[in-house]
Design a protein around this ligand. Structure first.
Ligand code: GNR
Ligand code: NI
Length: 171
């Protein structure tokens, strides 16, 4: 089932998500819905809080643009190692019509559980590494715009307010 993606400045996006304690059928259904919603959007990743579920579940698929890995579902993902620097343009399904360069680690090692409850280790670089960092940020209530300089963040907020005002006037 395709779920509705929450957008800035919805306060649900700022909440910290809780670890998954047991991988139940409900968690598997959540992961399926997240993948379906991500592909429909389309996007290269999605975190559960973006659809209003505050559990630490992310899905990523950068196969079209990057090293082919296919669909990754990570439960309770943690970055256990990070190195290097990247500064690439990011967008977010929860921040429509805005993109900006963000400073990230170039390579990460992520540990977490897969849908069978097995411990997995993912080694990522390039877009996949950026996607892991972007999605794990969502689980902590952080959006990519929170990484911008104060000046750029201020410009973003003005643009967002203007867009909301303009949308309001149409009604
Ligand atoms: O679809 C997405 N594209 C993207 C591009 C550059 C850096 C990060 C991303 S993630 C984004 C989907 C999304 O909002 N996931 O939370
Ligand atoms: Ni996002």
């Amino acid at each position: 089932m395709i779920r509705k993606i929450l957008t800035y400045p919805n306060p649900e996006l700022k909440k910290k998500s809780s670890p998954v304690t047991i991988i139940t059928e409900a968690v598997r259904e959540l992961a399926r819905d997240m993948a379906e919603t991500m592909y429909d959007a389309p996007g290269i990743g999605l975190a559960a809080p973006q659809i209003g579920v505050h559990q630490r579940v992310i899905v990523i698929d950068t196969a079209e643009k990057d090293q082919a890995e296919g669909l990754i579902t990570a439960i309770n993902p943690v970055i256990v190692h990070a190195e290097g620097e990247a500064y690439e343009e990011e967008g977010c399904l929860s921040v429509p019509k805005y993109a900006a360069n963000v400073r990230r680690h170039a390579k990460v090692v992520v540990k977490g559980l897969d849908l069978e409850g097995n411990e997995q280790t993912w080694r990522a670089e390039g877009l996949l590494a950026i996607a892991f960092q972007h999605e794990i940020d969502h689980l902590d209530g952080i959006l990519f715009v929170d990484h911008l300089s104060p000046l750029k963040r201020d410009l973003f907020q003005r643009k967002a307010r203007k867009m909301m005002e303009d949308a309001g006037e149409e009604r």
